[in-house]
Design a protein around this ligand. Sequence first.
Ligand code: TRP
Length: 450
Amino acid sequence: MASSRGEFSSRFGFIMAAAGSAVGLGNIWGFPTQAASNGGAAFLLVYLVLAFTLAYPALMAELVIGRHAHANAVRALRLISTGPKSRFVGGATGIIGFIVASLILSFYAIVAGWMIAFCLSSATALLGFDDASTWLSSFSLEGNLFFMLAFLALTVGIISRGVQDGIERWSSRLMPVLLVTLVLLVLYVLSLEGASEGLKVYLLPDFSRALEPSLIISALGSAFFSLSLGVGTMLIYGSYISDKENLPVLGGMVTLVDILIAVVSGFLIIPAMYVALHNGVEIFDSTGALISEDTLIFTVLPGLFSTMGMAGTIVSFSFFFLMSIAALTSSISMLEVPVAYTIEEHGVERKTSVMAIGLMIALASTVILFNFDTLFGLVVAISTRYAQPLLGFIFCVYAGWIWHRNRVLKELRKGSEDVENTLFWKIWPWYVRLVCPMIIMGIFIQSIFG
Ligand code: TRP
């Protein structure tokens, strides 16, 4: 069965694909601004600890279940179930997971569309087409619709080519480009006046802020979003890994790349904000906190770029190009979740499935765009704040409680014969059984009542 469905051809291909999924808009803008407004290096430290001790074990739960079943989440969770009840809950979790993955894609595509529009806006400015450039960065409804559709078309194009020719090939091409662009941007921004002020904010730890419980919980939430956990994305990527590979090592590398990119992005965004301040652009809001999120990306940074003349336009192009790539390698991993389900459970052809699901998601994004003020925030909250942690909780329960420990061990032994004697096997089973579910519940309760 494994050979008739897709499989990553190499370790490098898997790492690029999974890291491509993990590294997205969350890393490049979410993490840096959170760090800046929450105690700088102290937040970084909390984030690092949480990513390795909690997000990594949860990632491993999805990878090992997926690789064992070599199937989508619905079938995989049913396979490791022990009775009718757990089979039912497992199947339902898989189905809800693919619905949530589609919802996440429906708002992600809108944001990614803005990134493409801003990228093209810089390109047209470079070529001297000023009117086109202004229109491209104006957030008009037609523009939003068009670029959302264009972004989904790219995603659909890649996913319709399958695992090796689509996901693996494009992730392996785009991720190195992303890395090089990011490093060049960091080096350039660090050479500008004002950057060292930003470095101080980023690197000087303020422990009094970083140890607040609400902050720890939000750091964990962003670590989960950043590693694409909960909706079966990593499970389906795990299902395409060959039985010869060492899972704990592969999962560890993906976690490392994800964290590395988040940390390096901090060296771009925060110094850039202080360069902007130096050039007279406002970077604090009315409460004195650093401006973050969409205002940072679409107002403060463009404000900075426009003070830098021609160089600013090139930097702006590179920055939004970087964002577009990061979004694309993430969106393909979201679309693969429902697509794999319909192919495997309902025998639909890949191309048909991709087109049909792509159209449905485009429709959902269109509805969101027409009702932006009411729907956008709501869809983000339902899918990422509520559904993701809850589903992540169930995955950990299946890996820690439902699936028999010896069977888990047997699966991990493929590709790593002496896994039993490693630190991983001494710690991970307890983490995924007790620590992860408890902490995830903590986030969930906090996000409802907090
Ligand atoms: N991890 C990506 C980011 O940081 C987003 C992402 C991709 C995602 N696939 C996902 C989030 C699945 C949740 C679920 O932007």
